[in-house]
Design a binder for this molecule. Structure first.
Ligand code: WT7
Length: 630
């Protein structure tokens, strides 16, 4: 045995309890995978046939590498499937959304109430001239109006682009102008940890040089009410109360865009990932039903903000497509105390709890005394997404939250994939540290640079070989960037940019990004964005940002800054620069550490070699530095 093997901790395997099988919808993963492999189109036809289509498709898919069209020729409306499909049947009075606000505030919307609200706002948007294909930017905190706004856009065939309400004005401006939004829907403020954070000033600043925006709709939640600029700023409640009640669902083509969601890239501005109506609907529906196994009596909590893809697919669309009950909350995990989330689970009888490794690690650090104070016995399934769920965190989650009776789904996927891709489906043995296997419908593999499989246990790139329904359509107004995704190795696979290892059972372990993205507390932050924010400060000449492993957040951001000539490095300047990044990009992107340096390691072509900085920072060998220009 080599020394390394000796040091390797033994792989733990949790074998599924027979009761896990009961909660699974499928009883044999291999059988379902086989059904898919035998005839992929027939597999997706079966799934898609559960949903309502105004006009049937001609083909399930037309694959013209790198472009796939799904359910070609079909007409549909996702809101018809999220709303009428339930309202016209047994779920009319079922709770669609339980919303818990800070200080015990609560709102409950049945399917019928949600349906009515969506139609009103849909009509209001139409009255403002919003047409099929127009982009609407939504900058709202996680409140029911955010759900209503997204669905109202989809109702009339408009394309929503939700911007996480924690982003600063520059990030918001970039997304508004990038998408060419006609309307912005926002609120006066959001509530967080007992205080309120004004949103309107951020929007005002973001609208300087945003020529496509014609109107801003503002939800006013606070007293005294913020004043509105005549004609340009409209009150959300007024609009709704004046709008017509019935709003016909627009018939959209399966390939028409449903939404654009921005995600940080390695270089240049963030990428607007475009998802299309038909394929996205089928992918969200399928995985919510088969992977999350969301059922009639579940109360399901996805803790991700609706502003991220997880919130889109598994906070809103997926659960509404299957007619589930969503729990939504504005509570952060530690306010008023670190027991609040467990209290909410007890109070609402949450059965499925889907969260992120960063939250789990935070709870683990605080200790099990907090969850132990509450009755968590309603839970039947736990999920994790966003970054690798390390074995320690898995075990803690399994033992103290799931009480060794709830399966844990470690789900690997991306904004670009729209739906789950790799996980351990309920009923299969779980291996902490491994996300699991490609789900039926997904053909994933671990390959070398050429695209050929690497041996079992060796590090390679995770690649996807075949198209799937909810794959992104394109990168908004950047088709070239889209094409690069499907250009991996000699076979033109879809490149995930993630490093991975596959074991002898076909389980996949994710090892992190192979490009320059830093995942901080589950959120993707582009090094390029942070660097350009820093460089936009008058004292800075150049900057580099790296991710530094952190037990709690996965990574923290460390920045290296070269000051302009004559500028004196001071602790106050560090503070100012961090504040500057915060204003521009929002709190997630603020470097936790910032060093002033005289130079940065660069390639001859001038690219900053972040891996050299990272290696130095962690006291490791920087590897091949032959291209280093020094
Ligand atoms: C990247 C995608 C998909 C929703 C959240 C993030 C990392 C995601 C896992 C996981 C290891 C994971 C990958 C991926 N990631 N889930 N279960 N195990 N890594 O979406 O912002 O598009 O980020 O997050 O690196 O490529 P995103």
């Amino acid at each position: 045995m080599s020394e390394e093997e000796l040091k390797k901790p033994e792989q733990i395997v949790h074998y599924p309890d027979p009761s896990f099988q009961e909660s699974a919808l499928i009883h044999d993963y291999n059988e379902l995978y086989h059904e898919f492999e035998k005839d992929p189109d027939a597999f997706w036809r079966r799934i898609a046939s559960d949903l309502l289509w105004f006009k049937q498709w001609d083909n399930i898919k037309v694959w013209n590498h790198p472009y796939a069209q799904w359910f070609t020729g079909a007409d549909l409306n996702i809101t018809y499937n999220c709303l009428e499909r339930h309202v016209n049947n047994d779920r009319r009075n079922k709770v669609a959304i339980f919303w818990a606000g800070e200080n015990g505030k609560e709102r409950i919307l049945t399917y019928y109430q949600l349906y009515k609200d969506v139609m009103r706002l849909g009509n209001a948007l139409k009255s403002l001239g919003v047409e099929k294909g127009d982009r609407v930017c939504i900058y709202l905190p996680g409140i029911p109006e955010l759900v209503v706004s997204m669905l109202a856009c989809a109702r009339i065939g408009a394309v929503h682009t939700v911007v996480f309400a924690g982003y600063g004005s520059k990030a918001l401006n970039e997304r508004i102008t990038g998408a060419g939004a006609k309307i912005v829907i926002t609120a006066d403020a959001s509530v967080r940890r007992g205080g309120s954070i004004p949103l309107k000033p951020v929007v005002e600043e973001a609208l300087i040089h945003a020529p496509t925006v014609e109107r801003v709709i503002i939800l006013r939640t606070q007293e005294p009410k913020v004043s509105l600029l005549d004609e340009f700023e409209l009150d959300y409640e007024d609009l709704i109360s004046q709008a017509d009640r019935y709003c016909e669902p627009a018939h959209v083509d399966s390939e028409d865009p449903l939404f654009i969601l921005y995600t940080s890239g390695t270089t240049g501005p963030p990428k607007g990932i475009v998802h299309a109506a038909g394929g996205y609907m089928v992918g969200a529906y399928y995985t919510t039903k088969y992977v999350l196994t969301l059922r009639e009596n579940d109360v399901y909590w996805c803790t991700a903000d609706p502003g991220w893809i997880t919130g889109h697919t598994y906070g809103i669309y997926g659960p509404l497509l299957v007619g589930g009950t969503i729990f939504l909350s504005e509570y952060t995990p530690d306010y008023p105390d670190p027991g609040i989330w467990w209290k909410l689970i007890e109070d609402y009888g949450i059965t499925i709890f889907y969260t992120a490794p960063t939250a789990i690690r935070m709870f683990m650090r605080i200790g099990e005394e907090w969850p132990n104070k509450y009755d968590l016995s309603t839970l039947r399934l736990l999920g994790s997404v966003g970054e690798p769920l390390n074995p320690e965190a898995f075990e803690w989650f399994y033992k103290y939250i799931g009480k060794e009776k709830c399966p844990i789904l470690d789900t690997w996927w991306q904004t670009e994939t729209g739906m789950h891709m790799v996980t351990t489906m309920v009923g299969l043995p779980m291996k902490p540290g491994y996300a699991g296997k490609p789900i039926p419908g997904v053909v994933a593999t671990v390959v070398d640079d050429d695209g050929d499989p690497v041996p079992t246990g060796a590090t390679g790139f995770l690649a996807i070989k075949e198209p799937w329904p909810s794959m992104m359509k394109t990168v908004y107004q950047n088709d070239e960037r889209y094409q690069q995704y499907w250009n991996f190795g000699k076979y033109g696979y879809y490149s995930t940019n993630d490093l991975a290892v596959m074991d002898e059972d076909g389980y996949i372990m994710l090892l992190g990004r192979s490009d320059d993205i830093i995942i901080v507390a589950g959120h993707n932050v582009g090094t390029a964005e942070i660097e350009s924010a820093l460089v936009s400060h008058s004292a800075v000449a150049e900057a580099a940002a790296i991710g530094k492993p952190d037990p709690l957040k996965g990574n923290i951001i460390k920045a290296f800054v070269i000051l302009r000539n004559g500028i004196v490095p001071t602790p106050k300047l560090i503070h100012d620069l961090r504040y500057h990044v915060r204003i521009i990009l929002g709190p997630i992107s603020v470097p936790a550490e910032l060093d002033f340096v005289d130079n940065l390691p660069k390639t001859r072509s001038g690219k900053i070699m972040r891996r050299v900085l990272r290696a130095k920072e962690m006291g490791m060998d920087p590897g091949d530095v032959s291209t280093l220009d020094d």
